[in-house]
Write a protein that binds this ligand. Structure first.
Ligand code: ADP
Ligand code: MG
Length: 634
């Protein structure tokens, strides 16, 4: 069969065009990162062949020494990054260099503003990768061949980064990939030997793979000899005291696929007969754009005896810690492990709980030593960590200590911990009170808080969607029950210290009020029928006429809405309507005729619904009723 070039001109996917434009325009001030990205890809490609070759050694063809080469040609103004890694087939080239497969890409790109500074910051969450080549090049040629395919299966890809690319079949005797950058006019610095070497050592000194450049004579003439530029010792294998902050940070950019510095890291080497591993775990400073995408992968890079096995190995990292990045290198697993075996191997649970321990240790340390840094972490990943109490029962107490909530506690800034709360509890207080609401303002003005404010009792304000889920799985903390202020038959008697005389007086007052309102309560229940479960007098209210409360074990209104939105059938727990026997409106209700009482009752009920953030079934009818009553006062 004759060799066919089979050349095609193809368009980039719309998202690629957009990304290219942003990368080129917003990252210009830090353009040298393109080399880090291309070397990082070459290194990934070499990791992949090492892994595939474990089960198929023939992939190495006759070339066992994996390496990356960087070379330049001043006359042609080209810079070439070559690797003898796994390479790509024609289909892989089209998929990897012409499209972005990550879900959520379109939404992410639509957030970008066109403001270069802001976008440069955001794009770090996304990772620019291969396309960063176009920051310095006006044309990029990729020549590649998948390891194991014949030399006639080489593929050449070329683009000027302006919307389309050409692809053709070519002969390529050696496996792997050459990325050839045709540098833009003012980018001569990337044709300088010393400049390239210094970028390589800055970013890639401790990638576990050698990067070679040609050896030069004294008078800057290239020779045929190649020499390694970086040290190529895997960073995580070095003793901690031999690693600088800078080196830790640079390595993170490779494993984290991130452009920003990490927030923190923790590095451990554990040598034991039943568990032997080395791990370097990073906390990113910012949430990646796809943190909440269901199908995104997370996890660590797994090495077994220094050999790369897999990326994004999720088995070691529970879902609620899915934000961590890093490397796990172990001798406790066999080299020939596959994803399937990995699911079942008996050391996995041990490694997993060891890693979880390291991460929780790290978080505890930051929370204690550097609250400001912890606040940054919490802002980015707090809502992920909140999945912890439900997911990881064995670490529930440790995770609970790491949670932060908004609170009514005045002198404090934004967030408090449960331990803070407990330390401020009233002498006889046995419960941790919380209120769930759509947002902090709604919570603060809720009728349910009135009695707590009056008595100066702190209440946690839970305003994230996941919070009700958290408290459902965290029924207590250090022996103190978590109690919703909107549930059950609230009594603060034990908390509020009163002398016996006051207590007796109150009890007497209660009794009289019960008798006074008995009939009204009955009538209101008749009017509202089965819209509510029950009507009773309240101990929660000081300023509002009424509020809705739920039974102790019922779903809260937020949770109810959440489950409904998720398409679940929810048996709605009927609310209890509580009335404030000291409120002028409620007192006045005793004197109304039947028609007025019907109207007022419905309004009181609907106001209580509004106050808890629920949606009225018939908002317009509510407005009409309100106005009718209002106009009577003219
Ligand atoms: P990322 O590295 O985060 O996946 P990139 O934009 O850097 O994103 O690269 C896109 C994809 O192109 C890679 O995932 C890989 O499949 C492919 N690729 C890029 N460079 C190479 C290379 N040198 N060898 C093999 N595949 C490569
Ligand atoms: Mg990459």
């Amino acid at each position: 069969m004759a060799f066919e070039a089979h050349q095609e001109k193809l368009n980039f996917q719309a998202e690629v065009k957009q990304l290219l434009h942003i990368v080129v325009n917003s990252l210009y001030s830090n353009k040298e990162i393109f080399l880090r990205e291309l070397i990082s890809n070459a290194s990934d490609a070499i990791d992949k062949i090492k892994f595939e070759a474990i089960s198929d050694p023939a992939l190495y063809e006759s070339d066992h020494e994996v390496k990356i080469r960087v070379n330049y040609d001043k006359a042609a103004r080209t810079l070439t990054i070559s690797d003898n890694g796994i390479g790509m087939s024609r289909d892989e080239v089209v998929a990897n260099l012409g499209t972005i497969a990550k879900s959520g890409t379109r939404e992410f790109l639509s957030q970008l503003s066109g403001d270069q500074k802001k976008d440069a910051h955001l794009i770090g969450q996304f990772g620019v990768g291969f396309y960063s080549a176009f920051i310095v090049a006006d044309k990029v040629t990729v020549v590649t061949r998948r390891a194991g395919l014949g030399s006639e299966h080489g593929v050449s890809w070329e683009s000027s980064g302006d919307g389309e690319y050409t692809i053709a079949n070519v002969e390529k005797p050696t496996r792997g990939t050459d990325v050839i950058l045709h540098l833009k006019e003012n980018e001569d610095e990337f044709l300088e030997n010393w400049r390239l070497r210094s970028i390589i050592t800055k970013y890639s000194d401790h990638l576990p793979i050698s990067i070679f450049m040609p050896k030069y004579t004294e008078d800057e003439k290239p020779t045929d000899e190649w020499e390694a530029v970086n040290r190529a010792t895997a960073l995580w294998t070095l003793p901690k005291n031999a690693i600088t902050e800078e080196q830790y940070k640079e390595f993170y950019k490779h494993v984290g696929h991130d452009m920003d510095d990490p927030l923190a890291w923790t590095h451990h080497r554990i040598e034991g007969s039943n568990l032997d591993y080395n791990c370097l775990i990073y906390l990113p400073a910012r949430a990646p754009f796809d943190l909440w995408q269901r199908d995104t992968h997370h996890g660590l890079k797994l090495y077994v005896q220094r050999v790369f096995i897999m990326d994004q190995v999720e088995q070691f990292v529970p879902h609620y810690l899915r934000f961590i990045r890093g490397v796990l290198d172990t001798t406790s697993l066999p080299l020939n492990i596959s994803r399937e075996i990995l699911q079942e191997h008996h050391v996995i649970p041990k490694l997993r709980s060891a890693l979880v321990r390291h991460v929780l240790d790290l978080l505890e340390r930051i929370a204690k030593d550097d609250p400001e840094k912890y606040a940054t972490f919490w802002k980015e990943f707090g809502n992920v960590l909140k999945e912890g109490p439900a997911e990881d029962f064995s670490n529930r107490d440790r995770i609970a200590k790491l949670l932060r909530f908004t609170s009514t506690y005045q002198d404090h800034g934004q967030h408090v911990s449960l331990s803070d709360y407990v330390s401020r509890m009233k002498a006889k207080q046995s419960k941790i009170y919380y209120m769930t609401a759509e947002n902090v303002n709604a919570a603060k003005s809720s009728p349910h808080l009135e009695v707590f404010n009056k008595n100066n009792i702190e209440v946690l304000l839970l305003t994230d969607k996941i919070d009700e889920w958290v408290v459902a799985h965290l029924s207590e903390f250090e022996g103190k029950t978590l109690q919703s202020v909107a549930k059950g038959d609230l009594s603060l008697d034990e908390v509020v210290e009163e002398d016996t005389a006051t207590k007796e007086a109150e009890e007497k007052k209660d009794k009289i009020q019960q008798e006074t309102f008995e009939n009204l309560l009955k009538e209101i229940k008749t009017i509202l029928g089965n819209q509510i479960k029950e009507v009773r007098l309240s101990h929660r209210l000081t300023a509002s006429p009424a509020c809705l409360v739920r039974d102790q074990d019922a779903l809260g209104p937020q949770m109810e809405r959440l489950l409904k939105a998720a398409g679940q059938t929810v048996t709605e727990a009927k609310a209890i309507l509580e009335l404030n026997p000291e409120h002028a409106i409620i007192l006045k209700m005793q004197q109304l005729n039947q028609e007025e009482l019907n109207e007022w009752t419905q309004i009181i009920y609907e106001q209580a619904l509004l106050a808890e953030g629920s949606v009225l079934p018939e908002p317009a009818a509510f407005v009409q009723r309100m106005n009718k009553v209002w106009m009577k006062t003219f």
